[in-house]
Write a protein that binds this ligand. Structure first.
Ligand code: SF4
Length: 209
């Protein structure tokens, strides 16, 4: 076997990044992505770290990541590096029922006063998805920016949606409460089919349940 191994390089990149991200996550930190999916996943990712890390090497996740990198590079080429900020991290402190939480998020791109959220999928069925709109509205709340483009790259359509209404502080507090109460789990009926923790979750919804 050759000692030049691109698969191994990509594997190392994905696994290392996922491991670092999980390790640096503090007890009271909540990522924007935690707020939009099933609240049980927030707990499982800490409890079953190895499953969370291995999921980073899922080929669908990797191709999505590569599309993000490609679009980012293209935007820099077309608009100039100085005009495009990629993978920008934001955080905000929130007090809910007397406890303090740090809500964190990494925005795909910020161009001037526009926030850009990039999504890739095989199909354009039912886009824009409810949870992606929620995620973009959460980023508007987190960043203080007031206009966003939710961009979809799919195999049959390239489409953009303009979103201008950030979530309210009350909506964020309710989403945090939903993590604390573990309800609803799952948040969406389709979630369990794509969930890495479905192999051990007693709340998993099967086709019959
Ligand atoms: S299997 Fe379903 S209920 Fe269980 S953690 Fe995953 S999405 Fe949530």
């Amino acid at each position: 076997m050759s000692n030049f191994d691109i698969v191994k390089l990509i594997y190392g990149w994905r696994i290392e990044e996922a491991r670092k991200r999980l390790e640096k996550k503090l007890e009271n930190e909540i990522y924007i992505t935690d707020l939009i999916y099933c609240p049980l996943k927030y707990y499982y990712q800490r409890m079953y770290k190895e499953i969370a890390i291995a999921n980073a090497f899922d080929p669908i996740t990797i191709s999505g990541e590569l599309i993000h990198l490609g679009i980012g590079k293209l935007l820099e080429d077309l608009l100039g590096k100085d005009n495009v900020r990629l993978e920008v991290e934001y955080e905000k402190e929130v007090v809910v029922d007397g406890a303090t939480y740090i809500v964190k998020g990494r925005v795909d791109a910020v161009i001037g006063d526009w926030l850009i959220e990039i999504k890739s999928s095989r199909s354009d069925l039912s886009i824009p998805h409810q949870h992606h709109i929620l995620q973009t509205r959460l980023y508007l709340w987190l960043t203080g920016l007031r206009k966003a483009i939710l961009l979809y790259i799919t195999q049959n359509r390239l489409s953009q949606y303009f979103i201008e209404d950030p979530v309210s502080d009350g909506e964020v507090a309710d989403l945090i409460r939903s993590i604390l109460s573990l309800k609803p789990a799952p948040r969406y009926s389709w979630e369990c089919s794509y969930c890495p923790y479905a192999i051990l979750c007693s709340n998993k919804k099967t086709a019959q349940s």
